[in-house]
Design a protein around this ligand. Structure first.
Ligand code: AHM
Ligand code: MG
Length: 338
């Protein structure tokens, strides 16, 4: 039997470059750096159990969390892959206290900055649960050739040029947007190639899944508590009770809900007064993807995550994202309890 010839990620990027007449090829080169880093991390994750890279590296990152060895490896891999192509002038990462200036060779002349969480949910590796990489790309605001500044990194999410995630699951997938819909590519490890497997991903208008760490329930704001109870109450017309699904790995929870329809919640609580998730390299890129797939992402009733004006690199925000009708229902509960 003949195997169908599928479109590769590289072919897809080249085919779509013509949609942007001003494109110089720099963004395409940036994507190939991300693609390479994703393949290297895929290889490490798949070997994690064998070569014991899953243990802790003995350092703490800026948020005071212990860094797993994989976090360190993935961070270094991304930095090296991005720097090698000469297409990025600045990088910010969950694993770095401050953003990094790349001013060697071609990088100095680049107009793009990248913000990333190299391995989100890395504690899940030890127990063989899917993790992900999240990335967000902006055009710098400061003049090309000068040192990158806060102004380049503290842009609202609406200014993103591209964003995406890589999920290292039962298969590895790269899902991204450049503001023209969302496309997903599945990695064939035998060939080392990402193939277009999920063209033009659209999230259902509504769904039956709610995803939240319910262990924190008593610490949640009243509106969130009431919404969770609403999800659990029987109502035939709206197919409730909904199903509760929470992996505790943001990319995996979002990926599932994007495909099946659902809502993801990480509210503020007495433990995390601004929520736990970081605006710049977790919530903004995921919000861009969710909106581009037809969903909604807010930090409070009526406020899109993408419109927040960032004030610090590792800032956290409450995060609610998913199917538009479900997020709208939640917003009504939040409004009532204002
Ligand atoms: P990390 O960036 O330190 O890995 O933490 C982020 C992760 C997300 O992937 C996940 O959604 C969340 O933390 C889970 O937090 P909790 O264990 O509080 O539910
Ligand atoms: Mg993270």
């Amino acid at each position: 039997m003949k195997e169908p010839i599928l479109q590769t990620l590289g072919e897809f990027i080249i085919a779509h470059q013509k949609d942007y007449p001003e494109a110089s090829g720099e963004l395409s080169a940036l994507f190939s750096a991300i693609r390479l880093a994703a393949k290297i991390i895929h290889r490490h994750i798949n070997k994690a159990g064998l070569i014991d890279i899953a243990g802790l590296a003995g350092e703490r990152n800026v948020q005071g969390e212990e860094q797993a060895k994989l976090d360190v490896m993935a961070n270094d891999t991304f930095k090296a892959a991005l720097a090698a192509r000469g297409v990025v002038c600045g990088i910010a990462s969950e694993e770095e206290d401050h953003y990094i200036l790349l001013d060697d060779g071609l990088n100095k002349e680049s107009k793009y900055i990248v913000l990333m969480d190299p391995v989100d949910g890395s504690s899940n590796i030890d127990v063989n649960v899917s993790v992900g990489t999240i990335f967000s790309i902006y055009r710098r605001k400061s003049p090309v050739g000068t040192t990158v500044t806060d102004e380049d990194f503290f842009q609202p999410g609406t200014e993103q040029v591209a964003a995406g995630y890589v999920i290292y699951g039962s298969s590895t997938m790269l899902v991204y947007t450049t503001g023209n819909g969302v496309n997903g590519f599945t990695f064939d490890p035998t060939l080392g190639v990402f193939y277009l497997s999920h063209p033009d991903m659209r999230t259902p208008e509504t769904g039956q899944i709610y995803s939240v760490n319910e262990g924190n329930y008593v610490h949640f704001p009243d509106g969130v508590k009431k919404y969770i109870k609403y999800c659990q109450v029987e109502d035939e017309a709206s197919n409730r009770p909904y199903t509760s699904r929470y992996i505790g790995s943001l990319v995996s929870d979002i990926h599932r809900n994007l495909i099946y329809g659902g809502i993801y919640l990480y509210p503020s609580s007495s433990r995390y007064t601004n929520g736990k998730l970081r605006l710049l390299y977790e919530c903004n890129p995921i919000s861009f993807l969710v909106e581009q797939a037809g969903g909604r992402a807010v930090c409070e009733a009526g406020k899109r995550v993408l419109e927040i004006k960032p004030t610090s690199l590792h800032q956290r925000v409450p995060f609610f994202a998913g199917s538009t009708a479900m997020v709208a229902d939640l917003e009504n509960f939040l409004l009532e309890d204002r």
